[in-house]
Design a protein around this ligand. Structure first.
Ligand code: ADE
Length: 244
């Protein structure tokens, strides 16, 4: 039977979904624990990938080796880059980019295309998410009611997410990612998963909620808001599953 994979990087990001899994079963493969069961009447497999691009890529490889999937949804927290984004806001990726894959020359960093291994396919810098999952996510974002946080209902953004192996807590770097890639948020796994899904022809989407603004306050904000952000992202995933 085919399943929808749901991946997060950390325990907080899969906790709510794990708690709601019906007929939950646990199975370990190559050091990754997979939780199978039903969410919103859909057969799913849930896993924690670990932090960063290598862990994300490894987990996606092990996942796709052991499970027949028809889609992958990544859920978790991110650092907001768009100046209006506040903690708790949701960013739905329509494309992802690895901002740290490329060439450094004369103080200038040039991003390289992802160089996927499949011949005769495009090697884009920006990897597009599945159009059906994106379409459904847009519809869901207009109907879902997330809990107000500090008297403000979370806002939804759709656009690029920039991925790299760095926790960004630097306003200059955040600004550069926003202006160089027009990225709304930054995190450490999305584009790695996106590249593998692209190579395997597996439909995917990345949904994130912001725990911080990737600036000097990012570390303190992260610890204050990681839980609320992780829950918001998971709620969005549940609504997406319900409508998929
Ligand atoms: N995940 C949450 N906040 C982040 C940040 N500021 N940088 C990278 N990944 C993050």
């Amino acid at each position: 039977a085919q399943r929808i994979a749901i991946m997060g990087a950390m325990d907080e990001e899969i906790e709510l979904l794990k708690g709601q899994l019906e007929n939950k079963e646990e199975i370990e493969k190559n050091g990754i624990i997979f939780y199978t069961g039903k969410l919103k009447n859909k057969e799913v497999v849930l896993l924690k990938a670990g932090i960063g691009k290598v862990n994300a890529a490894y987990s996606t490889a092990i996942l796709t080796t052991h499970f027949k999937l028809n889609a992958l949804i990544f859920t978790g927290v991110a650092g907001g880059l768009h100046p209006d984004i506040l903690p708790g806001d949701i960013v739905i990726a329509d494309s992802l980019v690895q901002y740290d894959f490329g060439q450094l020359q004369n103080d200038e960093f040039i991003t390289w295309p992802t160089r996927n291994l499949i011949k005769n396919t495009k090697n884009p810098v920006f990897l597009s998410v599945d159009s059906t999952l994106l379409h459904t996510s847009k519809i869901v974002s207009n109907t879902i009611q997330l809990k107000a946080f500090k008297n403000r209902v979370p806002k939804f953004y759709i656009g690029t997410i920039a991925t790299g192996d760095t926790f960004v807590s630097d306003a200059m770097k955040a600004k550069a990612l926003y202006s160089n890639f027009n990225a709304l948020a930054t995190e450490m796994e999305g584009a790695a998963v996106a590249q593998i899904c692209t190579m395997l022809n597996l439909p995917y989407i990345v949904i994130r909620s912001c725990s911080d603004n990737a600036n000097t306050d990012a570390h303190t904000d992260y610890f204050k808001f990681v839980e609320i952000a992780a829950v918001n992202s998971a709620q969005m995933v549940l609504a997406l599953l319900e409508n998929t």
